[in-house]
Each structure stands twice: as structure tokens, then as C-alpha cells.
Design a protein around this ligand. Structure first.
Ligand code: OAD
Length: 254
């Protein structure tokens, strides 16, 4: 057992649990995290270099190709035991708010309803000129080994370039999701920070706000992060290992 023996009973007594997730929660589904080294065409770039409005303006084919590659990858992967344990937790505790920085849709596919998606979604592109939502063709996008540039589609309303539905560096987070996330962290009694490097703000401030409001913060991450000192416990393990075990210990099958 990687977590302290008191954690399951604390979880059982929690009234409002916030689960705050990052790319590490999808790592065991086979999706590289943002700070993993990239391969193929993408090896020349940091993920952060491809995730800006400036990058899209300078080279839309490169940026659209990168996001279509990621979308093709995540559609070929399945939610893992960590995503499923989080969906199960929502059935166990009186209230659970799931806040995610992930854009892969795996929480929803595991059965979590209405996660607060602070960084948008790979599956909801829209026009960069008029904002109209763009419907992606059914079926899987090709997954070219090593990646490929791809021209973005044109908006059916105004002819503008369609862009990925994700939040880029320098852009505001979706207002309603952010407001609900801030309210939840101020009200919760326990927050799990799972699989995030805690480097990207404003999202990374949420666990700090929870701690300042009196909640206990527990981090589940095999590596240490800048959040370590704020946490009541740092559980050094993988999300797909720790979360199901924690749920099973808190609510043992009869
Ligand atoms: P990162 O790639 O920065 O961090 C992933 C974290 O997951 C690291 O701390 C790893 O140690 C941890 N990790 C790896 N495998 C794990 C596992 N199996 N179980 C648990 N933890 C594991 O990803 P994020 O923190 O999500 O933003 O990155 C935050 C934001 O930066 C992303 O949403 C994205 C990115 O650039 C935008 O695109 C706006």
C-alpha cells in the first residue's frame, strides 16, 4: 500500500471531493504526457511550442497536424483503471467535482459526467475567425507514424481556418468552467491532485486555493512536484495503481 492507512477512512467521510487531473492520469492509457520527449516530426518541438496562437498563425498545417495526430492517438486508446476509479468515486462520495486539464475525452469515456475541462477538448474544434463550432468527420483520423502536417479545414460559414478546441498558452480559460472550479476548491474538504506537474497556471493554483480554504490536499504522482510541500500526503505511485486500490480499501466489497 502506497498511501497512509488513514486515507481510506478519510475518503469515506469526505463530503465534497475535488479530483484535479493532468496528463499523468492518461499515461497508462498509452498517451504521452506533455513533458515527455516527442518522437518523429514532433521531436523537433516542445509541446508548448505547438500550443500557442502564434504557432497556429505562423504554421497552421504544422499545428493542425499535431492536434489531429493527438486526436487520432487518443481515439485509439481506452480509459484506464484511474479514469474508471474516478468515475466510481463519484458514485461513492456525496459530492465530487472533477476538474481536468486533459483534452483527450477519456474521463467522459470512463463514465465521468461533466468534468470541468479547463483546457478545452481535442474533439471540439471551432473557427478561428467567427468562432462557429466545426463538425469533425466521423471515423478515426489517420495516424501517420511520426506525424504529418495537415491543412486545417475551412469554416462552412465564413471560410476561416478551423482551429483545435483547446486552450493555448496566452489564452483565457473557459470562464464558466473556471468559475465552477474555483468555487469547488473553496468548498471541498479533500482534493486529489493526480498526474499533473503543477507547472501550468492558472490551473495549478487550484490545489493551493483548496489548501488555503482548509481542505486537505493529497497528491498522486510518481514524481515530486512544486505542490509537494502543500500536500497532507504525497502518494508516490501511478494513478492507475493507486486510485483503484484506494477505492477498494475505502469501500471493501462485502
Ligand atoms: P505534464 O506533462 O506537465 O505532467 C504530467 C505529470 O504526470 C508529471 O508530474 C508526471 O510525473 C506525472 N505522471 C506520469 N505518469 C503518471 C502516472 N502513471 N500516474 C500519475 N502521474 C503520472 O502534464 P500536465 O500537468 O497535465 O496545457 O500539463 C499541464 C498543461 O500543460 C496541459 O494541460 C497542457 C500542457 O502544456 C495546455 O495545452 C494549455
Amino acid at each position: 500500500m502506497l498511501f497512509p492507512p488513514t486515507l481510506p477512512s478519510q475518503l469515506r467521510q469526505t463530503r465534497h471531493l475535488v479530483v484535479f487531473t493532468g496528463a499523468g492520469v492518461s499515461q497508462e492509457s498509452g498517451i504521452p504526457t506533455f513533458r515527455d520527449a516527442l518522437t518523429g516530426l514532433w521531436a523537433q518541438f516542445d509541446a508548448e511550442q505547438l500550443a500557442t496562437p502564434e504557432a497556429f498563425a505562423a504554421d497552421p498545417e504544422l499545428v493542425w497536424g499535431w492536434y489531429e495526430w493527438r486526436r487520432g492517438l487518443v481515439l485509439r486508446k481506452e480509459p484506464n483503471a484511474a479514469h474508471r476509479a474516478i468515475a466510481e468515486l463519484a458514485q461513492k462520495v456525496p459530492r465530487l467535482t472533477l476538474i481536468t486539464q486533459n483534452v483527450d475525452g477519456l474521463h467522459e469515456r470512463a463514465g465521468s459526467r461533466d468534468p470541468l475541462s479547463l483546457h478545452g477538448s481535442l474533439h471540439r474544434p471551432y473557427c478561428s475567425t467567427c468562432g462557429r463550432r466545426h463538425r469533425l468527420p466521423d471515423g478515426l483520423p489517420d495516424l501517420v507514424e511520426g506525424g504529418a502536417r495537415l491543412p486545417p479545414p475551412e469554416c462552412s460559414a465564413c471560410g476561416g481556418l478551423v482551429r483545435p478546441g483547446v486552450v493555448w498558452f496566452g489564452e483565457a480559460l473557459p470562464g464558466a468552467a473556471w468559475e465552477q472550479a474555483e468555487a469547488a476548491v473553496c468548498e471541498c474538504d479533500l482534493l486529489f491532485s493526480v498526474g499533473t506537474s503543477s507547472l501550468v497556471y492558472p490551473a495549478a493554483q487550484l490545489p493551493h486555493q483548496a489548501a488555503q480554504s482548509g481542505a486537505q490536499v493529497v497528491q498522486i504522482n510518481p514524481a515530486s512536484t512544486s505542490l509537494d510541500s502543500v500536500c497532507a500526503f504525497n502518494v508516490r505511485g501511478s494513478a492507475a495503481q493507486v486510485l483503484p486500490e484506494l477505492v477498494a480499501c475505502a469501500w471493501p466489497a462485502v
